[in-house]
Design a protein around this ligand. Structure first.
Ligand code: PLP
Length: 408
């Protein structure tokens, strides 16, 4: 299995000896499941009864009129259970855990969305669940920590390093080494050692399969371009997979933060601040300096704020099959506001990056063109960040009032 899991020069599985057998077992379980003709039906049936699939493809009539160019369609991953595409991955891995006969799952989480999705899956499948989260993130993301705990998971604040996502990943691997007989590690995106990138992309491919059928049914032809935001890359790969062999432009949008020149962003594929390297068990573009020291990242959206990126996307960038752009925090807030007032839809801040880029390009396309924007998640979770970005005085009063009731 040595050379499997490479995408051009990216990917691989750089593992400590002690984990090799566990990854071999995982790869075999995944290959079995993929070659089982009944599996995809079992998976789609679960997603339809538990997570509202197939999610709709919504025609955005008002945004289309606003930009007076391509017809704009929105793939509604926000309507999944727990509010984002993350459900596709965790439920797929949950079915696999059941087949492997393991009783415990662990996961890393940064913003907490993947932690909540994993805790939800563990509750449904009756699994023990431990979530590793950097101590800094635990303090920043109290609402998600609260829900993970209420759902029955144990949340472990990681005190190592800079106490954020990458430290949580390291700690989750440490747990796995000790407990691999009973435990599965539910990795949250299409990153990490093989077979995780392929496996996560496989479960997320349900997005692209549906979107392709839906647009053909509505428009009678393929879209010209499709847009998705890129954190680790799983929702983008999910949508892209439906159009890989078609003459369709695939556009991934990274977090431009305060601008690519500012150094305060999380753009690995379209800035000059990232270079190929090996970390956390795989090879890809990392935001690191010449000495391999990881840089600090910034984004208004916690879900895109990551130093690495899927090796599959790094390869698609190098071959030119996908194009990568970035949207700044300010562009994202403007796109979010416009989508709310024009369509009554609240995209997650992550997803709003894809909207922002699509809005830049839609006017330059013809009215015959159709484009699809992947709305990876819903924006309710971002109320604290968005209310602050809008500088809403009534929200500020509400928070101060709430705090006062605890001090009384
Ligand atoms: C986690 C998350 C992302 C980023 O993850 P990918 O693996 O790049 O898809 C994007 N959007 C939302 C709503 C998320 O919760």
């Amino acid at each position: 299995m040595k050379n499997r899991g490479y995408y051009g020069k990216f990917g691989g599985a750089f593992l400590p000896e002690i984990l090799v057998a566990t990854f071999d077992e995982l790869e075999i379980a995944f290959e079995d499941l993929k070659s089982d003709p009944a599996f995809w039906d079992e998976y789609s049936a679960l997603m339809s009864s538990y997570s509202c699939r197939p999610t709709p493809l919504t025609f955005a009539a008002n945004l289309t009129r606003e930009f007076n160019g391509a017809k704009i369609y929105i793939k509604r991953e926000d309507l999944n259970h727990t509010g984002a595409h993350k459900a596709n991955n965790v439920m797929g891995q949950g079915l696999m855990v059941r087949k492997m006969g393991k009783k415990r799952v662990i996961a890393e989480t940064g913003a907490g969305q993947h932690g909540v999705a994993t805790a939800t899956m563990a509750a449904k499948f009756g699994l023990d669940c431990t979530i590793y989260m950097g101590e800094v993130d635990v303090l920043r993301q109290r609402p998600n920590v609260f829900w993970m705990e209420q759902l029955g998971a144990t949340v472990v604040p990681v005190k190592d390093g800079t106490r954020i996502l990458k430290d949580a990943i390291n700690e989750a691997f440490r747990d796995w080494v000790t407990n691999m007989d009973t435990t599965h590690y539910v990795l949250g995106t299409a990153c990490g050692p093989h077979p995780f990138p392929e496996m996560v992309a496989y479960f997320q491919s349900i997005i692209g399969k549906e979107a392709r059928q839906q647009i053909l049914k509505i428009e009678g032809k393929l879209p010209s371009r499709v847009y998705a935001c890129v954190g680790g890359g799983s929702n983008a790969l999910g949508l892209f997979s439906g159009f890989l062999n078609d003459p369709v432009d695939l556009v991934g949008v990274e977090a431009g933060g305060r601008g690519l020149q500012s150094g305060m962003h999380a753009s690995r594929l379209c800035s000059k601040d990232a270079r190929p390297g090996i970390a956390q068990g795989y090879k890809t573009y990392f935001l690191q300096d010449n000495d391999g020291q990881m840089k600090e990242t910034h984004s208004i959206s916690a879900g895109l704020d990551y130093i690495g990126v899927s090796p599959i996307l790094s390869h698609m960038n190098e071959t030119g099959r996908a194009r990568f752009e970035s949207a700044t925090d300010d562009e994202v807030i403007a796109a979010l506001k416009l989508t709310m007032v024009k369509e009554g839809i609240i995209p997650a801040l992550e997803s709003a990056h894809a909207f922002a880029q699509a809005f830049k390009e839609a006017p330059g396309l013809s009215k015959e063109d159709a484009i699809i924007i992947n709305q990876s998640g819903r924006g309710d979770k971002d109320i604290f960040t968005v209310a602050e970005a809008f500088n809403d005085p009534k929200w500020k009063d509400f928070i101060i009032g709430k705090a006062a009731t605890y001090h009384a």
